[in-house]
Design a protein around this ligand. Structure first.
Ligand code: SAM
Length: 503
């Protein structure tokens, strides 16, 4: 089954995951079903109940992603849930008496209610992080987006993750490395399919995450293993003789990451494979809630030859940008402050209140009497007309929201260079020989001055050769000797000039 996280249709389909968004940060995940498999006793089939009303799945299936769906009136009380015996006689009669009908009662068409609405959203790792059932503390989007960027996680990579916990990072990393489904045409030899090898020590959590991955169509991309990685490391299958995942990136969200580092080496004990990809550097990130843990991890990383070690704390703030409107003319405007914006407005309001109080005293200010006037609304600033549309009126403000969901995270990053042997170095030198001519070690070093002198002499020699070629062979040797001296003087002069310029 293709995963709705990677490949999805334009609308919500039955038997696939949909995220029901109630408010900005409130999302309920559900598998859409056209029948009530838990037999909760609703006439409308499977129903998701929320604070904004009840939503039978028949009203959600087939809706384009992002649609707004209103709540429905459902029969929640009269039959009693999970107890079909309590149904009223006429309801059972209405269901029919045939054997086939008894098995599958006909569903009622839902009637819309005024209790509220929700939006049907397609699954994404970000929305899943907000909505997932929490079994542990989770890694939130601000952290995992930065971590995956620093780990160079890209299509075709293999990522090791421990522990899987609630599966928040698992989903995000699966999307980052996805490069096609195994067993399809895309899985050719040249193209490396991305993979996440996830390890979890807690048996129940491991089973839950495995079930979730199956429900989300991710079981071919993520391999979740129940394992204590401190003891048994990261090989797939048997902890000692298993296959190497050949990982390019590792994320350790463990209470003691330093205990797992001994299994992430290039040269493991004899008879065992390294869990790392021998043909690429390994990028590592550990997530710790306190500095002492981060320091301990760094000490172990140094001992095991990890390089480029750095620590980062992600302190994310969300900026809330909105328009602030103040004034007595903002009555009924959502989010506006109904307060005088100028001294004139305040004075006018006081005056109108005084007049109104006087009318009340004289018993003339009731709606039925002709003297009644909504006085404030008659004042001049109410009548001011403006061409500025409502959405861009007021002052543009931004405030940071301190309550962004995250938890203290000291992220330690490091790189382990790829494996490199003497033979590989030699092979490389043969394949791409260096253009630089290596001089024997015992040869005296030539100074810069000497090199310049040699170059000037070489130029003089070339000039001389050129002249000799141009002259007839009959010319006397005496003249040639004179010219030789002249050339030599010229070369000396050139040299002196160059040295002078340098000085
Ligand atoms: C903070 S949670 C991980 C949350 C996860 N990264 C997420 O985003 O949902 C830490 C998990 O590590 C697991 N764990 C602790 N020690 C472990 C070990 N030695 N081997 C494997 N998993 C371990 C715990 O059971 C726990 O579920």
């Amino acid at each position: 089954m293709p995963s709705p996280f990677f490949t999805r249709n334009a609308s919500a389909e039955k038997d696939s995951l949909a995220l029901l968004q109630l408010r900005r940060d409130q999302i309920i995940p559900t598998i859409l079903r056209d029948h009530d498999d838990e037999n909760q006793g609703y006439w409308e089939g499977k129903v998701t109940n929320t604070r904004f009303g009840s939503f039978p799945h028949s009203t959600l299936i087939g809706k384009p992603w992002g649609s707004q769906v209103v709540a429905s009136k459902v029969d929640t009380g009269s039959r009693g849930r999970n107890n079909p015996a309590k149904r009223k006689a006429e309801e059972l009669d209405a269901e029919g008496t045939g054997a086939e009908e008894d098995k599958k009662p006909s569903l009622r068409t839902p009637v819309s209610a005024e209790s509220g609405f929700l939006h049907v959203l397609a699954p994404t790792p970000e929305a899943w992080t907000i909505s997932l059932p929490h079994r542990t503390q989770v890694v939130y989007t601000p952290d995992y987006s930065y971590i995956l960027h620093r780990l160079r996680a890209r299509p075709g990579c293999t990522v090791i993750e421990a522990g899987a916990g609630s599966g928040s990072f698992t989903h995000a990393s699966a999307r980052a490395v996805f490069n096609g489904y195994p067993g399809t045409e895309e899985a050719t030899k040249k193209r490396r399919l991305g993979k996440v090898c996830s390890f979890e020590f807690h048996e129940l959590r491991a089973a839950k995450v495995q079930q979730e991955l199956r429900d989300h169509g991710l079981d071919g991309i993520v391999e979740a293993t129940h394992r204590d990685v401190y003891e048994d490391g990261f090989l797939l299958g048997d902890p000692k003789t298993g296959k190497s995942p050949k990982a390019n990136a590792i994320f350790l969200d463990l209470p003691a990451p330093w205990l797992a580092l001994k299994h992430l080496v290039r040269n493991p004990p004899p008879g065992q494979e390294s869990a790392l990809d021998p043909e690429s550097p390994a990028y590592l990130c550990t997530f710790s809630p306190c500095l002492e843990q981060a320091e301990r991890t760094i000490r172990t990383m140094r001992r095991l030859s990890w390089l480029n070690i750095s620590m980062v704390e992600v302190a994310q703030r969300r900026l809330d940008v909105k328009r602030e409107r103040i004034g007595l003319d903002t009555e009924g405007v959502r989010g506006a402050t109904l307060f005088p914006k100028t001294v004139e407005e305040a004075v006018a309001k006081l005056r109108s209140d005084e007049i109104r109080a006087k009318l009340i005293r004289d018993n003339r200010a009731t709606k039925d009497q002709p003297d009644y006037q909504p006085i404030v609304k008659e004042t001049p600033f109410y009548k001011e007309k403006t061409d500025v549309p409502l959405y861009s009126q007021g002052r543009l403000m931004h405030r940071s929201e301190p309550d962004l969901r995250t938890h203290t995270s000291y992220l330690v990053f490091a790189i382990l260079p790829r494996a490199w042997s003497e033979e590989e170095e030699q092979k490389c030198r043969e394949q791409w020989p260096s253009a630089k001519v290596a001089k024997p070690d015992n040869e005296p070093k030539t100074s810069k001055k000497q090199m310049k002198r040699e170059a000037a002499a070489e130029r003089a020699r070339l000039r001389e050769e050129q002249k000799l070629q141009e002259k007839p062979e009959s010319e006397s040797g005496e003249k040639a000797e004179e010219e030789k001296v002249e050339e030599s003087n010229k070369a000396d002069e050139e040299m002196a000039q160059e040295e002078g310029a340098e000085a």
